[in-house]
Structures are given as C-alpha cells and as structure tokens.
Write a protein that binds this ligand. Structure first.
Ligand code: KG4
Ligand code: ZN
Length: 386
C-alpha cells in the first residue's frame, strides 16, 4: 500500500552509522533544522566504530535529537504539537548500515508515525548522499544538545554551492542525468542518476573505501580517528610530490576504485623511512600530502572517465571525504577545464546527516509516495531505488 498526496514538510531521521541525526526539510531543498550528534568521542579510543556502542548511543540520544530538530525548525517548544501540525511525513534511512544502529532510527520513525498518524518514507543511505547536493538552504543551529556526552556538530548559514538548483522555488529543478561520487568511510561509489526513479551503480571500490584509506593512513602516522581531517590539515603544509605512491587500478577501465595497494605502499614507505633512520615527525606533512594526492587523483580520474564513458556533463561530490578541500578544489578545477558542471554540498552536509535523507525522501514521494509505518523495515542491502 502506498500513500500518495501532498507531502511538503518532512521530518528526517538518520542513524545508519555513528551519527544520530534528525532534520526538518521543506520541499526537498530547504533545511529548517539539521541536528547531528556525533559519537566520535565514544569510538575514538577503539580507532573505529564499535556497532554495539553505536546502537546504544543512538538509543540514548535519538529522542532528544528529534525533539531538538522539531523545536528548532519552528523556533518554539512543544515537539509533539509541531510534529502533529507541521510535519506531513517522516523519512528514515532503512539501509545499508549497521543493523543495530539502523534499527534505532527505523523503530523510532515507525513509532512516531503510528502515534502521530504520519506516512513513512524509507530512504537508501547512499541516495541520501546523492541528494545532499540539492540542499539549498541551511539555517544557523544554535542549540547544543542539553547534558550530552556526545559531540554536537552544527549547521551554518553557508548556502549550498550547487549551481544547478533553483534556489527560491518550492519545486526544485533536478538536473538529470548526473553522476555522483559518494566517498565516505564505508563507501566509494559512482552513481549515475537518470531520473528520481533511475539510479545506477556504475563504479565502486574493490577493497577499502576512500575514507577508510584516509583513516588507516592516519593511524599509521599516529593520528587520531577519524583520520581524514587530520591528514587533510597536515597535507596543507606538505609537498604532494615528495613521495611517489601508486594510483589504484590506473589502467583499468571498469570504473572501479582500489585503495588497498596504496595503503600497503604507504605502510612500506614508512617502514623504509624508519629503517633508514629518518625523522618521521618532520616528514609527516609531506607523507600526508603525498598520500592525499594519490587518493584525490584516483577519485577525480575515475569519476571523469566515467563521465566521459556515459556522456554525462554534470557531476557531483558527496560523502564524508567530500569535505576534503584538496578533493573539492581538484574536482572544481578539472570540471572547469572540461566544461562540465560540478556540484558539491556544503561542508555540513558531506558527513552523515538527516537533511540529505529528507531531500531524498521528498524526491521519493514524487516517484512512489510514502508508506504506512508497518511496511517499512530495516534492510541490510536495499535496492538502489528511492
Ligand atoms: O560520510 P561519513 O560521515 O560516514 C560514513 O558514512 O562513512 O564519512 C566519514 C569519513 C571518515 O573516513 C573520515 O575520515 C572522512 O569521511 N573524512 C575526510 C575528511 N573529513 C571526513 N577524509 C578526508 N578529508 C577530510 N577533510
Ligand atoms: Zn554516509
């Protein structure tokens, strides 16, 4: 059973990994509120996300995060009243992700839909990242989560740099076809989107994800988890051509990525430098810059090759690694040289957030409506459809 009808304002929930997030989105592009509570401090000491800890932490913070998103969207208290009066539907990430974590978001969404009689929209996490490029507005988020032991990330007022969204319209103009590189800690995928109803996976990593590669290289350099931002900060001061590192699958035309060879080469390089008695500390900036250059070149080259293969002249960047400034700059430059339109989300919508789930959820309602809560379940590996 599907529920069609006029869905304009969506409460979105995202709990697929280690961020507990809720947002209120209007017409698929306008962010009325976006709250992201990161569990990074809880997982840091283990050097990665521990699924059981993540699920428990989601359970502890989800209701506060949802309430805060609702109240902030309308600058007034009484989340129950806001939900019942202003929200047309709830969107929730139903997969892929950590099952225990997904269950917290999906159970919360199902319960709220049952109590408040709202339809539910299941959203594929990766398509959430794809639609992050349509978020045109963000609002200043002032509220800290009260008494939270977690880290709170806040949105800001920088508008999306997307150059193909009709910003002031209630009906966003979607620029099909376009190609999105989704690069995060768990995914490195190229998605070709021909319409809201047609998204195809045209390339993916054969081993590590790009963010995972950043995190592993950072760990080898003794930097804290997650390592991407630390490598990026060091790399700004380093020489990217100082060390020569491999570009995975450079001569492969499948569209796939590979980062495990780079990871091994980086580890071997460090061992060699150690054995030679080099001062690693003083080489860290060049090591970080050389490593980052290898990842960036692979990501950009493979994406541009795929754009050419499918005759696409619009590309977009998404996922946590999209926050990397070297990657953003390189994509901006190459796409300009090749006369291709390029979009990337505001920094706050690169890493996991619920605003992007609301954006994808809205698009899903244009394709197939929403569902009664009891028809939406967690899925380990859902189909790549809205
Ligand atoms: O999308 P995300 O928040 O979570 C996943 O779905 O995985 O991405 C997190 C990943 C981490 O691996 C992190 O190191 C990486 O994104 N990351 C970065 C940067 N900021 C986050 N990698 C490189 N440079 C950055 N500035
Ligand atoms: Zn993600």
């Amino acid at each position: 059973m599907k529920i069609m009808g006029n869905i304009r304002t969506i409460l979105a929930i995202e709990t697929s990994c280690d961020e507990t997030a809720a947002a209120v989105i209007e017409s698929g592009t306008r962010v009325l509120s976006s709250i992201v509570v990161s569990q990074i401090p809880l997982h840091k000491r283990y050097g990665g996300v521990i699924p059981e800890i993540a699920a428990r932490a989601h359970t502890e913070s989800i209701l506060t995060v949802v309430e805060t998103a609702l109240e902030q969207a309308y600058s007034k208290e009484n989340a129950r009243q806001i939900l019942s009066e202003h929200i047309d539907a709830i969107a929730v990430t139903h997969g892929p992700g950590l099952i225990g974590s997904l269950l917290v978001g999906v159970s919360t969404a199902r319960t709220l839909c049952d109590i408040f009689d709202k339809p539910l929209i299941p959203v594929h996490h990766i398509l959430g990242h794809v639609y992050s490029n349509f978020l045109a507005y963000s609002q200043e988020v002032k509220t800290e989560i009260p008494n939270s032991k977690f880290e709170s990330k806040t949105g800001n007022q920088i508008p999306s740099v997307s150059d193909f969204v009709l910003r002031d319209s209630d009906l966003p103009m979607y620029p099909f076809p376009f190609l999105t590189l989704v690069a995060s800690g768990g995914h490195t995928e190229l998605i070709l989107s021909k319409s809201h109803a047609n998204h195809q996976l045209v390339g993916e990593t054969r081993d590590d994800a790009a963010g995972e590669a950043f995190d592993k290289a950072a760990a080898v350099l003794g930097l804290p988890y997650p390592g991407g931002p630390h490598i990026s900060a060091l790399a700004k001061k380093g020489n990217p051509t100082r060390f020569s590192l491999p570009r995975g699958l450079a001569r492969d035309s499948s569209g796939d990525f590979s980062f495990s060879g780079l990871k091994t080469a980086f580890l071997q390089l460090l061992q060699k430098l150690h054995q030679a008695g080099e001062n690693i500390e003083s080489l860290k900036v060049d090591l970080a810059a050389s490593f980052q250059a290898a990842v960036v070149e692979s990501l950009v080259t493979k994406t541009m090759e795929a754009a050419e293969r499918y005759s696409i002249n619009r590309i977009a960047l998404a996922g946590g690694v999209a926050a990397n400034t070297a990657l953003r700059d390189s994509f901006a430059q190459v796409s300009k040289e090749q006369g291709i339109s390029f979009s990337m989300p505001d920094f706050s919508y690169c890493t996991d957030n619920a605003a992007m789930i609301g954006a994808a959820g809205f698009a899903a309602t244009l394709v197939r409506g929403a569902f009664p809560w009891y028809n939406v379940e967690v899925m380990r590996n859902p189909e790549l459809v809205l």
